[in-house]
Design a protein around this ligand. Structure first.
Ligand SMILES: Cc1cc2nc3c(=O)[nH]c(=O)nc-3n(C[C@H](O)[C@H](O)[C@H](O)COP(=O)(O)O)c2cc1C
Length: 364
């Protein structure tokens, strides 16, 4: 099967085309937000994936939007991640860090009392996850030019930190309604400076970050995640400029010779054939993007193989299947039954529902 073939990710050899999608698991239960040996164990259990993309890791204290996330802005955090990357590499795996700034999907309780930063002072009317549980988001602070500049620097520093921690690459999290996506979307961005108004202006932050990144890191090791079809969630609403905006972004990413473009799938709860939307979106952007395309959401072995066979994408990322099946690749290869994931333990503390999903046991 094509899914099990090796793949050249712009110079990085992958042993198959099966990618573990980025997934927040909230296990860094320490005040310093440092990745722990338990987190290293979790990722190393999944090292037979062609590529692992880490959970979103906050690039700065002002980028925080959730508790217990292993972050990537301090020296201690770099050291913590080294244990993770080392464990994955020892098992022959490859791992990228997903660089995350949540923008307005946060709360002052997570930010030392400060208002979350966002393109504009528009409340997403969503929820943030605190120690006491989910709370309503607030109206954020519109970022000043100086705050935009320092956020760009924070992304660059975080990428450098990730390479210092021996990640094989980084993925810019520009999907799912977080900071970059807030700049892209008119419903979240009513700025009148060079970061608001036209499509080009709303896309600018992403390209500013890439332009600064390319001065210090090899963009062949940088991926970008977008969610062009996301609607009515995370404070994001589709409008008449959404598709042209993402078309502009995707076409312009061609100039950067990136590791990949990763489309985060989105489907509506009531959709009768959710795969249709994922595939149609992928086909649309495949025509515009010349590099490696990774796609996501709801895939199993058969639908993933078909998407690659049909040349809709080069790589497929799997989320929930990897939570419950550390040996997902081996299960795909052997057409073995899958463990079922328990949603109650997706986020939490400790090994339960994290590192205790069993490998497939052959019956003899
Ligand atoms: C528990 C959980 C945490 C997630 N955290 C992230 C995240 O940190 N960054 C991100 O881009 N997507 C995140 N996602 C979305 C996944 O990457 C993926 O898009 C989603 O699970 C759909 O793929 P699947 O159908 O293969 O599970 C998360 C999903 C789950 C289930």
């Amino acid at each position: 099967m094509k899914l099990f073939e090796t793949y050249d990710l712009n110079g990085l050899p992958l042993k198959n085309r099966i990618v573990m999608a980025p997934m927040t698991r909230s296990r860094a239960d320490n005040a310093e937000h440092v990745a722990t040996p338990l987190i290293a164990e979790y990722y190393s259990q999944r090292a037979s994936a062609g590529l692992i993309i880490s959970e979103g890791t906050h690039i700065s204290p002002m980028g925080i939007g959730s508790i217990n996330i292993p972050d990537i802005y301090s020296k201690e955090q770099i050291e913590g991640w080294k244990i993770v990357t080392d464990a994955v590499h020892q098992k022959g795996g490859k791992i990228f860090a997903q660089l995350w700034h949540v923008g307005r999907i946060s709360h002052p309780d997570l930010l030392n009392g400060l208002l979350p930063l966002a393109p504009s002072a528009i409340n997403p009317n969503f929820k943030a996850f605190l120690k006491k549980g989910f709370v309503d988001t607030v109206t954020p602070k519109a970022m000043s030019s100086a705050e935009i500049k320092s956020t760009i620097k924070d992304f660059v520093k975080a990428a450098q930190n990730a390479f210092e921690a021996n990640f094989d690459g980084v993925e810019l999290h520009a999907a799912n309604g977080y900071l970059f996506h807030q700049f892209f979307a008119k419903c979240a961005n009513d700025r009148t400076d060079e970061y608001g108004g036209s499509i080009e202006n709303r896309a600018r932050l992403l390209f500013d970050v890439l332009d600064e990144l390319k001065k210090v890191v090899d963009l062949k090791k940088v991926g970008v995640r977008l969610s062009p079809s996301m609607d009515h969630t995370f404070g994001i609403n589709v409008d008449e400029e959404t598709i042209p905006t993402f078309e502009y972004i995707v076409k312009n990413l061609n100039d950067y010779n990136l590791a990949y473009l990763h489309l985060s799938g989105f489907t509506l709860a009531e959709e009768t054939n959710p795969m249709n939307r994922v595939i149609e979106t992928a086909k649309h952007f495949r025509k515009l993007y010349e590099g490696t395309l990774m796609i996501n959401k709801g895939f199993d072995k058969e639908t993933a193989e078909k998407a690659i066979e049909d040349n809709v994408a080069d790589l497929i990322s799997f989320g929930e299947l990897f939570i419950a099946n550390p040996d997902l690749v081996e299960r795909f290869i052997g057409t073995l039954p899958m463990n079922k994931a328990d949603r109650n333990t997706y986020y939490g503390i400790g090994p339960i529902g994290y590192t205790d999903y069993p490998l497939y046991q052959m019956k003899v």
